[in-house]
Design a binder for this molecule. Structure first.
Ligand code: SAH
Ligand code: DHB
Ligand code: MG
Length: 236
């Protein structure tokens, strides 16, 4: 009998191969994105950027929401930033937040190579410190928010996202399933607790103030088994 680990590895390989297939079938050659992935790897940044297909999802989804302003929490090397930034009109704005100076430097170069420096504002600092500063500036509401930073603070970022959006805005949150750890109540890793607190927040919201309409989608692929949540802001 195959052990559980072996079965999992076989499945992971199949998911990755299907991702490869879909990438070849659907995604065009894209020097700026390829160079960004290479620069991220070369600089030794963690291999946790969204996958190419997930990036394309963010792009298609962003295009459909016709955003003028996008907020991203967690830049890393700017790979998702490029996919999102390309959905903006020439006078649009993308604010992206990153805590690590070294990552921000890699991201700035990648964003510049993609020709997006005029649209993208990278703010260096811990998001829980930068978000109040951003809010104090009274920015135009963000039409789309992508939450993808330290997972233990996801619920706090979601609450800030609600402050910084308008009815009709959409908030996408990455990594909310974590290999199914989400439902393992014996797992008290702050990252997993963050995912659970986040869902409790969505549930409380559903019963209470009715501020969002949300769903969680499980995903598999080259990054393994995880998922993202999509929330439509329905009321102030
Ligand atoms: N969105 C990126 C991946 C982000 S990885 C992409 O898909 O291409 C998560 C990032 O969040 C890392 O770069 C990490 O340094 C950053 N991060 C972690 N804690 C943070 C914090 N408190 N404030 C801002 N950024 C943070
Ligand atoms: C991991 C994956 C992510 O997409 C992310 O944003 C952070 C961490 C991970 O697999 O550890
Ligand atoms: Mg992520």
């Amino acid at each position: 009998m195959k052990d559980v680990k072996e079965v999992k590895d076989v499945k992971d390989r199949r998911w990755a191969r299907v991702d490869d297939y879909a990438v070849r079938a659907l995604l065009k050659n894209d020097p700026a994105l390829d160079q960004a992935r290479e620069a991220i790897e070369k600089a030794g940044l963690p291999a946790i950027s969204v996958s190419p297909l997930q990036g394309a999802f963010l792009h298609v989804f962003a295009r459909a929401t016709k955003p003028h302003a996008i907020l991203e929490i967690g830049t890393l090397g700017g790979y998702s930033t490029i996919w999102l930034g390309r959905a903006l009109p020439p006078d649009g704005r993308l604010v992206t937040l990153e805590a690590e100076a070294k990552y921000a430097e890699v991201a700035r170069a990648n964003i510049a190579r993609a020709g997006l420096s005029d649209l993208v504002e990278l703010r260096l600092g811990r998001a829980l410190e930068v978000l109040p500063q951003l809010a104090a500036e009274g920015p135009e509401p963000f039409d789309l928010v992508f939450i993808d930073a330290d997972k233990q603070n996801t619920p706090e970022y979601f609450q800030w996202a609600l402050e910084l959006t308008r009815p009709g805005s959409v908030i996408v949150t990455d990594n909310v399933i974590r290999d199914g750890a989400l439902i393992d109540t014996s797992n008290e890793d702050p990252v997993v607790l963050g995912g659970r607190r986040f869902h409790e927040l969505l549930a409380a919201d559903r019963l209470g103030e009715q501020r969002v309409s949300a769903t969680t989608i499980q995903t598999v692929g080259s990054k393994g088994y995880d998922g993202f949540a999509v929330a439509l802001v329905t009321a102030d």
